[in-house]
Design a protein around this ligand. Structure first.
Ligand SMILES: Nc1nc2c(ncn2[C@@H]2O[C@H](COP(=O)(O)OP(=O)(O)O)[C@@H](O)[C@H]2O)c(=O)[nH]1
Ligand SMILES: [Mg+2]
Length: 235
């Protein structure tokens, strides 16, 4: 599996006998405990949401295969699985990650105040070319909002992060946020491959997303009564 990570191209390789995977992208989901990381992940990977999600022990990942610009990409999305509670997320967790989803809860100011710390953690442990998207989750809880969207947008802009508000509960923007992240990773990986082809592989900065345009995904109006759309979940 390790050989498949880091955006390694798997030309001609068949998965499950029929599916050809071009790339495997490792993505990590981080942020304070109880902001909805596990639910965002299950919404994207399985289209599920569980009200009584319990934090599990150990690190886990889920996968979903998508097509971006004609390439079949297997997103391998890692969940801190409760380790974040004890600020015990190990550097191994970040190793090989090409993207990060940094989640806070729009109803918990503290979870947003801690976002800067999580960015520092990423800068310290992850690859410098990692693509980061800041996510304000639980956007369905409009009456409990404690973090104005403008504050988060400003922070994201200053730090060079993408930004979106999501609701794992209704599913709003979860898909688009992951696609944004995966598309950007794909651009970085393609550029890196191009630079190598052009003989720039000796440049230690090759492939870095320098001047990455901040493209803030605007929040949309959320429909709260989306429960009927939820599928039965197995956890
Ligand atoms: N209303 C609402 N609740 C959510 C949402 N996402 C997660 N939750 C709830 O928040 C709690 C923590 O979610 P969880 O995914 O376990 O958080 P984690 O610790 O960051 O992985 C659970 O009770 C979830 O049901 C959301 O988008 N909207
Ligand atoms: Mg969790």
């Amino acid at each position: 599996m390790n050989a498949e990570m880091n955006g390694g191209e798997l030309e001609g390789k068949q998965e499950n006998g029929h599916e050809k995977i071009d790339y495997v992208f490792k993505v990590v989901v981080i942020g304070d405990s109880a902001v909805g990381k596990t639910q965002i992940l299950s919404r994207f990977a399985k289209n599920e949401f569980c009200f009584d999600s319990k934090s599990t022990i150990g690190v886990e990942f889920q996968t979903r295969t998508v097509t971006i610009k004609g390439k079949v990409i297997k997103a391998q999305i890692w969940d801190t699985a409760g380790q974040e509670r004890y600020r015990a997320v190990t550097s191994a967790y970040y190793r090989g990650a090409l993207g990060a989803m940094l989640v806070y809860d729009i109803t918990k100011r503290q979870s947003f105040d801690h976002v800067a710390r999580w960015v520092e953690e990423l800068r310290a442990h992850a690859d410098s070319s990692i693509v980061i998207i800041l996510i304000g989750n639980k956007a369905d809880l409009v009456d409990l909002r404690a973090v104005p969207m403008e504050d988060a947008m400003e922070f994201a802009e200053n730090q060079g992060l993408f930004f979106s508000e999501t609701s794992a509960l209704s599913g709003d923007n979860v898909e688009s946020a992951f696609f944004k992240l995966l598309e950007e990773i794909h651009s970085v990986v393609s550029k890196r491959a191009l630079d190598c082809d052009n003989g720039k592989s000796n440049d230690s900065n090759a492939g870095l997303p320098r001047g990455l345009k901040i493209d803030v995904i605007s929040g949309s109006d959320f429909e709260v009564s989306e429960m009927k759309k939820l599928s039965a979940c197995s956890c």
